[in-house]
Design a protein around this ligand. Structure first.
Ligand SMILES: Nc1ncnc2c1ncn2[C@@H]1O[C@H](COP(=O)(O)OP(=O)(O)OP(=O)(O)O)[C@@H](O)[C@H]1O
Length: 319
């Protein structure tokens, strides 16, 4: 990777005694989607704010490059290369969607004619043409998010930070948002996404980092992450009881399921692990009728890496 869109080494930030980021390394290739995953308060927004120049990095942080520019010495160039949407949305509810957009066009010094052209195009693309003349305060949550992204795109950024883009949206609006994000990536935009939703990271991200206690607890593709937690297994099913019994003898470490003539073996699901199982079956002269690989889902990963798995004790009913 020669020219990453975002590169940061040893990112730190503390508020008083509270260490929020305790040395985070990021390297995000251009044109990819990176998801920073973490529970409430993990520090996701803090990372976005630092990378987008809204707050300074903490003392002791290493160099930070965004869009090929050094954050410390070229903050203006960084700002010109990026778009930020999310918890600190720029949407002004008192004016119409179109007025919000035109304001952004002014901010980006587009001529009147160019501004109108770009705004009309983006409003149409985000299905907001009809609502363009209405005050943004009357928009639904999904419409506001779409307007927010459309406003960001007026400046044609190559890197977009989406801070929890679908939090609070209904499933339909969430899917619309996912489609929008995929569209941006298809155009070569780099997307830095923060999310609390494992499904969202799984759907969209090329790489996922789990932020926990100020550090990146794990990083990789969704599949790589799923392989690092226990819970993966291979299921072999047999149609005849003889083959099932012979296989159970050959694979003594398997957990048998006599009712469905199936054997379960713990496995990380890699090609090497599968080949080893099949070799053992071959040696015993048995063939499975069905082989399925179960990898843990991102929930398993998240819960294994954070303490989120420990459920809060149920509160006793107050009488
Ligand atoms: N200006 C500030 N002063 C003091 N503490 C702060 C400040 N900003 C953030 N924090 C603390 O830093 C921690 C990380 O906050 P941050 O908003 O980055 O988390 P997050 O992962 O984005 O969470 P959420 O999903 O709730 O938005 C929190 O404990 C928060 O209280």
């Amino acid at each position: 990777m020669t020219n990453p869109a975002i590169a940061a080494g040893g990112l730190r930030k503390s508020y008083g005694d509270k260490v929020v980021l305790d040395g985070i390394d990021l390297r995000i290739p251009a044109g990819t989607v990176f998801a920073l995953l973490g529970p409430n308060g993990a520090g996701k927004t803090t990372v976005v704010k630092i990378l987008s120049t809204l707050i300074p990095p903490g003392e002791g942080s290493g160099p930070i490059g965004v869009g090929g520019h050094d954050l410390a010495t070229e903050p203006q160039a960084v700002r010109a290369a990026i778009g930020v949407t999310g918890q600190f949305s720029a949407v002004d509810g008192l004016i119409t969607g179109e007025e919000n957009m035109l304001l952004m066009a002014d901010l980006h010094h587009l001529s009147k004619a160019e501004g109108r052209r770009v705004v009309a195009e983006l409003l149409a693309r985000f299905d907001l043409t009809e609502a363009a003349g209405k005050p943004a305060s009357t928009y639904s949550g999904g419409m506001k998010r779409r307007l927010d992204i459309a406003m960001t795109l007026v400046g044609n950024p190559r890197i977009i930070f989406l801070d929890e883009p679908t939090t609070g949206l209904d499933p339909r609006s969430r899917h619309t948002m996912w489609g929008i994000i995929r569209g941006l990536v298809a155009e070569g935009v780099t997307v830095f996404l923060t999310t609390q939703y494992l499904e969202e990271a799984d759907e969209l991200a090329d790489r996922i980092a789990v932020l926990h206690r100020g550090r990146i607890a794990a990083e990789g593709s969704a599949d790589e992450l799923k392989r690092i937690v226990p819970g993966g297994h291979v299921r072999l099913r047999f149609t005849g009881p003889d083959a099932y019994r012979a296989a159970a003898l050959a694979l003594a470490d398997a957990t048998p399921d006599d009712e469905s003539l199936a054997l379960h073996l713990p496995s990380d699901g890699t090609q090497r692990a599968l080949r080893a199982i099949l070799d053992r079956l071959d040696a015993a002269g048995v063939e499975a009728d069905e082989l399925t690989v179960h990898t843990p889902d991102l929930d398993d990963v998240f819960f294994a890496l954070t303490d989120a798995a420990v459920p809060a004790p149920a509160e006793e009913a107050v009488r």
